[in-house]
Design a binder for this molecule. Structure first.
Ligand SMILES: Cc1cc2nc3c(=O)[nH]c(=O)nc-3n(C[C@H](O)[C@H](O)[C@H](O)COP(=O)(O)OP(=O)(O)OC[C@H]3O[C@@H](n4cnc5c(N)ncnc54)[C@H](O)[C@@H]3O)c2cc1C
Ligand code: SF4
Length: 549
């Protein structure tokens, strides 16, 4: 059972939902399955959504598929945590290893717009040295891309998502956020007080929700429902930024269309087999792009095995599914003297990247941490499932909810070959093998976790927190189809083109060779914007397939 009560597909008959209305539609170009479109893109989140918009704007014919629904936030999103479970990828995955990853709402979404529909909008950039962490810092692996190139694309996607951030961000090279920073709430002020007490910098968190009106988006009204889908459209998700651009430029978005296999012939991809409205169909394509994120992209490539590709597509090196990474997401919580009411406003209003920019530590890599604002059910669930708190003690702790504050890390785990996605023997409702995910932390990960917990506890205590409680968790997914310069150790080249099949590409978080100590969405979007320009340039030189031009 998937447990999903989906609406019927809404992007049909040449119309797609108007995401700025409660029931309206906008025109949408529609392609026939028999038309070999220039690009069939699987997934419409940070990678696929950005790519679909930019390729359509460059004149390519594009059909982008998403397994999830095409929501209209104004009508479909309720201020109700349970109702909004519909935004998450809840189909079971088998989780194994010494530190099995908890799946569900904390790491992947399923909707047109991908995980950004329910992400927490923290919009940070990598530290420049992380793009060459092996040669500059002595750990991990270098990206096949120079940080200066990425910096230009961060600018582009931050403008597209109207990021609200401070004028002077204290870490890394200068950046200019298009919208002013939001006011820092009481939970963020706890972080600020603690940082000042310990003598480290802090900043209002750059966020993908607008601090002033933007087009049809009103400014954020600070109700704090961001993680369950913003019902006002203040949040600048891919659903309301790049997807409308893609539609305007002539892309077709196929919602509730689960791609099960990529077909190949004579060493080239020929199209995708997808399930929509109760039937399996086949869309012909000149190029296929996997943008389903770090579990579903490897799963799809592995499930597309054939006589010519017995171990899955793009997998001659055996790297598909490997080097999967998560972020350590441990937290320290404390009770404050005064009311905090941390659920008001977006969850992470203040951040600290101090340890991302200090290299003299007893572990490699970096971590940032942020103030927190979990919604009540989420917080209670975490106490029950992670900490085993029940009965009277749960009641007592939840009674303190309005006086609590917390700091939570986003910590860089190391890329390890054995942390990987494979196919399980078990099948889902469509008959597709489920993903089997193996994950174990290494010693470096454990040292980082200890360091972060100790530092955050000192900071929270310095800010006046008492009854400190530590919790362990992971968030985000990265890697699984990493890009690189060497076909022996990576799945794609620096353009996201698979080494084995010239018209098969990857464009999502699975490309990331290292995880960095910040939330990943801006890096994935910047990389997708870059790949779109590279594909356009390659096609212009006759080095990538297109129907015309
Ligand atoms: C609760 C939560 C909070 C987060 N908060 C932040 C944050 O504050 N800041 C930040 O930077 N990052 C955050 N993230 C992470 C960020 O959202 C993801 O890293 C990012 O969206 C990944 O981009 P992607 O393109 O790789 O995949 P996604 O955005 O997840 O898009 C993948 C899409 O592909 C579709 N798909 C998958 N397989 C198939 C298939 N076979 N056929 C058709 N469609 C398919 C899925 O339905 C999905 O919509 C958060 C994530 C979660 C879950
Ligand atoms: S706090 Fe702002 S971004 Fe979050 S749900 Fe409310 S209006 Fe949307």
């Amino acid at each position: 059972m998937n447990g999903w009560a989906d609406p019927a597909p809404r992007a049909v008959d040449g119309r797609a939902p108007d995401v700025f209305s409660t029931a309206g539609t906008v025109p949408m170009r529609q392609f026939s399955d028999r038309d070999a479109v220039d690009f069939a893109i699987v997934g419409t989140g940070c990678g696929g959504g950005v790519l679909a918009a930019k390729l359509a704007e460059a004149g390519f014919s594009v059909v982008a598929f998403d397994a999830g629904p095409f929501w209209r936030p104004l009508a479909d999103f309720a201020s109700d945590e349970r109702e909004q479970d519909k935004l998450y990828w809840l189909d079971p995955r088998i989780s194994a290893g010494d530190d099995p990853v908890e799946f569900g709402q904390n790491n992947s979404g399923r909707a047109v717009g991908g995980s950004t529909v329910h992400f927490q909008m923290v919009a940070l950039r990598f530290r420049p040295e992380w793009f060459a962490s092996r040669s500059r810092l002595g750990y991990g692996v270098d990206w096949p891309v120079d940080w200066r190139t990425m910096w230009r694309y961060y600018d582009e996607v931050e403008r597209a998502c109207a990021i609200s951030g401070p004028v002077n961000y204290p870490w890394g090279p200068k950046r200019h956020y298009p919208y002013r920073a939001h006011e820092v709430n009481a939970a963020g002020q706890v972080l600020a007080r603690g940082a000042e007490a310990l003598g480290v910098p802090w900043a209002p968190t750059p966020l993908a929700t607008v601090s002033a009106p933007r087009g049809k988006s009103p400014p954020c009204v600070y109700r704090g429902m961001c993680k369950i889908g913003c019902s006002t459209n203040a949040k600048q998700s891919v659903l309301i930024t790049f997807i409308p651009r893609a539609l305007d430029a002539g892309a077709e978005i196929r919602d509730l269309a689960m791609v099960g296999r990529i077909e190949t012939e004579d060493g080239r991809a020929t199209g995708v087999e997808y399930h929509r409205d109760g039937q399996w169909r086949f869309q012909r394509a000149r190029n296929v792009v996997c943008a389903g994120y770090s579990i579903e992209t490897p799963r799809l490539l592995l499930n597309s095995a054939s006589g010519a590709h017995p171990h899955g597509l793009a997998n001659s090196s055996g790297n598909v599914g490997r080097y999967l990474m998560v972020h350590l997401n441990d937290a320290v919580w404390g009770v404050m003297e005064d009311e905090i009411r941390w659920y008001k406003v977006p969850p992470s209003m203040a951040c600290c990247e101090h340890w991302n920019y200090i290299d003299d530590k007893d572990f490699d890599g970096g971590y940032s941490f942020m103030s927190q604002g979990p919604l009540p059910t989420d917080f209670a669930r975490m106490l029950v499932t992670n900490e085993g708190v029940f009965g009277d003690e749960l009641h007592r702790q939840m009674a303190l909810y309005n006086r609590m504050a917390g700091l939570k890390m986003v910590g860089e785990t190391m890329p390890q070959a054995d942390n990987r996605v494979t196919l399980a023997d078990e099948h889902d409702d469509l008959g597709l093998p489920r993903a089997h995910v193996t994950y174990s932390c290494c010693d470096n990960d454990r040292r980082m976790r200890r360091h972060a917990r100790d530092f955050m506890a000192r900071m929270l205590a310095a800010a006046g927190g008492s009854e400190l409680l530590e919790t362990g968790s992971t968030a985000h997914l990265m890697g699984g189809c990493r890009m690189g310069n060497d076909p022996e150790t990576s799945v794609t080249d620096s353009d996201g083109r698979t080494w084995d099949i010239p018209n098969l590409w990857v464009c999502d978080g699975s490309l990331m060779p290292t995880a960095g100590g910040v939330n990943p969405s801006m890096t994935i979007m910047a990389n997708a914007a870059r790949i779109a320009d590279r594909i356009t340039a390659l096609a212009g030189r006759g080095e990538a397939e297109r129907a015309h031009g």
